[in-house]
Design a protein around this ligand. Structure first.
Ligand code: 5GP
Length: 191
């Protein structure tokens, strides 16, 4: 999506360790016009599927997930992060390693939120090594629902998550696919 790529080149900041900072437009300050356009793009990509629900993980995936849910007319569930295992049997739970904080979290979703009849679109802001989305695929699997696909704003193709899901036959869509980033700030997109 050209609009997102241009914004990344204009306002994104490359941090050491392969992290792209997008807090000025995507996940701290949010450019709502760009958000609306990204949501419309994902809705168009999935218009011929029968998605019944969107799932994301708190916190930075929520804005794009909700905007896409509104564009597609479907509800949105966000999985919550917990530091303890103190949960009862009414939730599905998995463990996710945070790329940006280098910590493990328990991630839970109430079993009331997803049913085995649901067809789920998983959304997040970034796809890097895939731990966050692997956790969401696991939660959806526990509920018996079907994963229709995974859609992210930015895939960092030089990290392994996207290829791992595609190899498993999971549909992956990224609005901007970054081929490479250098510490001096040069970003190259996959065409
Ligand atoms: P993964 O689990 O795929 O390794 O990382 C995805 C999660 O880490 C996303 O939920 C996102 O919040 C965060 N993340 C990964 N890479 C980046 C990045 O380059 N920039 C930002 N802002 N967040 C990232």
């Amino acid at each position: 999506m050209r609009q997102l790529e241009e914004r990344i080149l204009e306002d994104g900041k490359v941090l050491p360790g392969g992290v792209l900072k997008v807090g000025s437009f995507l996940n701290h300050c949010i450019d709502t016009e760009l958000l609306r356009a990204m949501a419309a793009e994902i809705a168009a990509l999935y218009k011929d599927t029968e998605v019944t629900k969107i799932i994301t993980i708190e916190a930075s995936g929520i804005a794009l997930a909700v905007a896409t849910g509104m564009a597609m007319g479907v509800p949105v569930v966000f999985a919550k992060k917990h530091r303890t295992t103190n949960v009862d049997g009414t939730v599905h739970m998995t463990i996710v390693h945070s790329f940006t904080h280098n910590e493990d979290y328990h991630v839970v979703v109430s079993s009331d939120c997803i049913s085995d009849q649901d067809k789920i679109l998983i959304i997040d802001d970034f796809l890097a090594n895939g731990s966050a989305l692997r956790g969401l695929v696991d939660l959806v699997g526990q509920s018996g629902a079907e994963v229709v696909g995974v859609a992210v704003a930015v895939e960092k193709c030089f990290q392994s998550g996207g290829d791992e899901f595609r190899a498993k036959g999971i549909r992956v869509d990224a609005l901007a696919s970054i081929e490479s980033m250098t510490d001096d700030g040069r970003i190259r997109f996959r065409s």
